[in-house]
Structures are given as structure tokens and as C-alpha cells.
Ligand binder design. Structure first.
Ligand SMILES: [Zn+2]
Length: 209
């Protein structure tokens, strides 16, 4: 057997190294705990405006089974098909494409085959982990992924692609991964849970400066 003082020293040095390593891991973990929430926590809510033309009054609504905070936009006057859909705030387009399938509902054939999902849609990243989504557009979006858009810029035309019964705009605001109540011009829309049918009329303040 060669147990002796030298072997003992090696063991003690090993223990010291282990403790040091644990200390470093602990410091890194503490740093991550402090930093990650700051990286993930959303910034202040942008001053979102309605995704439709300045001065127009639209009916905003939801119904059972829609999903909490989802909003359907219908104009209170004029033709729905092809109405301009505008960016609620400045940002970067992260999606401009097709969600699900388009179906065949057009102004010429409004009762054509129903598609699935959102149809032609756009998603905009407004920074601070805030996002808006615009679904059921009539035609391919007028913007492309990676494009910078200004508040009020037209991103598409209102339609009925995807799983849509009649021409309307399905719209969402998201904070991080969660849908939240939509706010327009600094005020909550009042459309929250989807446990009952609910509509409200609001006039767009998505106006040029
Ligand atoms: Zn909807």
C-alpha cells in the first residue's frame, strides 16, 4: 500500500478544485437568474392604433370559442372586401405569408370553399417583445419578411382567406408569448375573454402625424 501524505494532498487539492468549480457555477447561475428575466421581460406597450384607416368607425367583436383577447374587425360602413389593413405601430415584419390554407372565398365567390387557419397573414415585431398579427387578408401581403414598416403603413387588404366566414380582419396583440387585451390609442378595447359574444364600436386614430 502506498497511502501516505502525498496521496492525501492530492485528494485535498481535488476537493479544493471541486469547490472552486462549484463556486464558479454558482456565480454563473446567480448571474443568469438576475439577467434572463431582464432580457425576457417585455418593454413598455407601444402606442398601438387600430389597423384601419384614420377616422373610420369599425365594429370590434369576439364570440365563444374565438380565443381570449382575439378581435374581429368589421367596417360599420362601406364595402369590407379590399379595405386597407394598416400597421398598428412601427416595427419589422416577421411573417408575411400563408397560415393554414387559403380556401376560395373572394369578392366574386364570397361563399366559396372555406380555408383553414389564418390564410394570408402578417406578423409585426414592434420591439420590447410586443407583436401584432393580421389574418384573413384578401391577397398576398403588400409587405415582406424583414421589411421595416411605419405606423399606418398599409400591409394588406381585408379579405376572407383561411378559416373565415365573411370578409373581416382577425387581429391580435401579443406581449412575449401571451395574447393580451388589445389597446388602441392608449385605451383598452374591452375585448377580453371569449366566454360570451361581445362587440364594441371604436373610431380609428391611426392618422398621419
Ligand atoms: Zn377572429
Amino acid at each position: 500500500m502506498t497511502t501516505g501524505p502525498s496521496r492525501h494532498r492530492r485528494t485535498r487539492r481535488g476537493l479544493l478544485r471541486l469547490l472552486l468549480a462549484l463556486g464558479v457555477v454558482g456565480i454563473l447561475a446567480a448571474g443568469a437568474v438576475a439577467l434572463v428575466p431582464r432580457l425576457l421581460s417585455p418593454g413598455p406597450r407601444p402606442l398601438f392604433q387600430m389597423p384601419v384607416a384614420c377616422g373610420e368607425t369599425w365594429q370590434l367583436g369576439t364570440y365563444p370559442g374565438h380565443d381570449d383577447f382575439d378581435v374581429d374587425f368589421f367596417p360599420t360602413e362601406g364595402e369590407s372586401w379590399g379595405r386597407p389593413v394598416l400597421a398598428s405601430a412601427a416595427g419589422t415584419v416577421t411573417v408575411a405569408g400563408i397560415n393554414g390554407s387559403l380556401g376560395g372565398r373572394t369578392p366574386q365567390d364570397p361563399d366559396g370553399p372555406r380555408g383553414r387557419g389564418g390564410g394570408y397573414w402578417v406578423k409585426i415585431d414592434h420591439g420590447g417583445r410586443w407583436e401584432t398579427q393580421y389574418l384573413h387578408l384578401l391577397e398576398p401581403p403588400l409587405v415582406s419578411e424583414g421589411q421595416r414598416v411605419e405606423q399606418g403603413e398599409q400591409i394588406g387588404r381585408l379579405g376572407s382567406t383561411g378559416n373565415s366566414g365573411a370578409p373581416h380582419l382577425h387581429y391580435e396583440q401579443r406581449r412575449g408569448w401571451a395574447k393580451v387585451e388589445t389597446w388602441f390609442d392608449g385605451r383598452p378595447s374591452g375585448i377580453t375573454h371569449d366566454d360570451a359574444e361581445y362587440t364594441v364600436r371604436i373610431t380609428s386614430r391611426n392618422c398621419p402625424d
